[in-house]
Design a protein around this ligand. Structure first.
Ligand code: SAM
Ligand code: DTB
Ligand code: SF4
Length: 340
């Protein structure tokens, strides 16, 4: 009845995606885990560290965001960081075990002189042997080419939600603007990091619509961040209803089934999640996290909590040397050493 796990498709119908969501929870998790194992090394999680290189005072009106100038959230605006500060932060992230360093800026879109400084940051990050990622808002094809020329590996630009619900969340740029930026990034030869946010009051159909839009892009995003809304006082979504944790796991699982070869990132919101919920997300096919005490302006589990979680679950960071005694799924005590 179901397609073989290895199938990578770009023609999912809304009905098919909603049918995946409607599967019994355990059936969906089993299917997602089968797809996961056909495409990825089991028990392995990619780790990215975020840094806000330019904080606050953003002209956009994204209803979830503490950095919009329109909402009084207590976030203090900060100018673009110095290259040396970014290099030092990237060095610390690498020493803690991250393999990718992601620089975020509260821009609608970057200006020419800002892009020149950021290009230098990218060179420094890569010189440390880290993968580089940036999220700077909308890009023209020429700006995307400039970033690529500086060596940028990934560009993060989220669709955030379904095309239908999008207008409830953001009015200052369109869904098509976002798709255009994604196309510019792809054309420039960079890898795409693109996902969305859950818990903004969207319907089940909107969740399916977001994942369907991502899965039907001409090429799947290599990285798919699934953020649970971090409710920040002062934003219009501060009082949004909590997401049923099982529904959150279902979103991860459906993302895994729809985009088999992509990394699905259990992204913002982990600080508010129990270890057990995170374990279910890994079971459902999440194989990437943000690692380090901060996201952009809000908190993330501290490194020690994540190390312990990895050790307790037998997870190993992607790109880490395999522990000498870990030979397969049947290994009894695989990862306690490798997580450090
Ligand atoms: N300004 C750029 C932009 O919007 O493209 C880059 C930075 S922006 C903060 C990157 C992404 O962070 C957003 O697209 C959104 O998906 C996510 N994000 C922002 N605030 C969030 C929140 N409170 N909870 C969860 N995700 C959030
Ligand atoms: C993504 O999808 N999530 C990250 C990253 N891409 C840039 C950002 C999460 C931000 C959470 C709120 C904050 O810390 O300001
Ligand atoms: Fe600005 Fe990005 Fe926040 Fe939107 S999500 S308000 S564009 S920083």
């Amino acid at each position: 009845m179901s397609p073989p796990p290895a199938t990578v498709r770009h023609d999912w119908s809304q009905q098919e995606v909603q049918a995946l969501f409607a599967l019994p929870f355990i059936d969906l998790l089993l299917r997602a885990q089968q797809v996961h194992r056909a495409h990825h090394e089991a028990n392995t999680v990619q780790m990215s560290t975020l840094l806000s290189i330019k904080t606050g005072a953003c002209p956009e009106d994204c209803a979830y965001c503490p950095q919009s100038v329109r909402y009084d959230t207590g976030v203090e605006a900060e100018a673009l960081m110095q290259v040396e500060q970014v290099r030092a932060a990237a060095g610390r992230a690498k020493a803690a075990g991250a393999t990718r360093f992601c620089m975020g800026a509260a821009y609608r879109s970057p200006k020419a002189r800002e892009l020149k400084v950021i290009a230098q940051m990218i060179r420094e990050v890569r010189a440390l042997g880290l993968e580089s990622c940036a999220t700077l808002g909308m890009l023209t094809p020429a700006q995307a080419a400039e970033l690529r020329a500086a060596g940028l590996d990934y560009y993060n630009h989220n669709l955030d939600t379904s095309p239908e619900f999008y207008g409830e969340i953001i009015s200052t740029r369109t869904y098509q603007d976002r798709l255009d930026t994604l196309e510019a990034v792809r054309e420039a030869g960079m890898k795409v990091c693109c996902g969305g946010i859950v818990g903004m009051g969207e319907s089940a159909a909107d969740r399916a619509g977001l994942l369907r839009t991502l899965a039907n892009l001409p090429v799947h995003p290599e990285s798919v961040p699934i953020n649970q809304l971090v409710k920040v006082a002062g934003t219009p979504l501060a009082g949004a209803a909590a997401v049923d944790p099982f529904d959150f796991v279902r979103i991860i699982a459906v993302a895994r089934v729809l985009m088999p070869a992509s990394h699905v990132r259990l992204s913002a919101g982990r600080e508010a999640m129990s270890d057990e919920l995170q374990a279910l997300c890994f079971m459902a096919g999440a194989n990437s996290i943000f690692y380090g005490e901060r996201l952009l302006t809000t908190g993330n589990p501290d490194v020690e909590r994540d190390r312990q979680l990895f050790a307790r679950l037998g997870l190993v960071p992607e790109g880490a040397a395999a522990p000498a005694h870990a030979t397969g799924a049947e290994t009894a005590q695989p990862a306690a050493a490798a997580a450090h």
